[in-house]
Design a protein around this ligand. Sequence first.
Ligand code: CUA
Length: 157
Amino acid sequence: MNIHTYEKAWLVASMLLIVGFIATITYGAVGPGIAMIDDDGGSINPDDINDHEKFSEPGVTHVGGNEYEVAVVAQAWAYMPSEIEVPANSEVTFYVTSRDVTHSFTVVGTNMNTMVIPGQVSQMTVEFDESGEYGILCNEYCGEYHHTMEGKLNVVP
Ligand code: CUA
C-alpha cells in the first residue's frame, strides 16, 4: 500500500517535470526572447545606402551643444569618409554600416571597436576629452586588400 502511494507520487512528479521542460522550451522558442540589436532602428538595406538620410552623405554632423553624429560607410576596402574630424570635449555617436561584407570599425589604441555587418547599423557613443590622432582599421577579414583598409580619426583642440 505504501509503495503504491510513493510510486504514484513519483509518477506525478516526473510528469510535471516533463510538462515543465516542454513549457520552458516552448517559451524560449515563441516567447519574447532577447533583442540583441534595436529591432526598430538597427537595420538597413545595403542597396538603399545611397538614398539613406544618414548614409547617402556620410560624415560628421553637429547636432547641438557638444554633441556630434558621425555616419560611416564601410566597404571593401575603405571607409567613407576616410578621415573624420571632431572637436575635443565632445560626445560623438558613431553610426557605421557596410555596403558589402562584414568589416570592423576599430580605433587603434582605444576601446572603440565594433563589427560592421551589412544590413545592420552599429552604433556607439564616445566622449573625447582630449585632442589626438587615431588610426582606424578593419580587423574582420574582408578580402584581398583587407590589410589596406584604414582611416583616420582626428580629435582637434
Ligand atoms: Cu574590411 Cu577587413
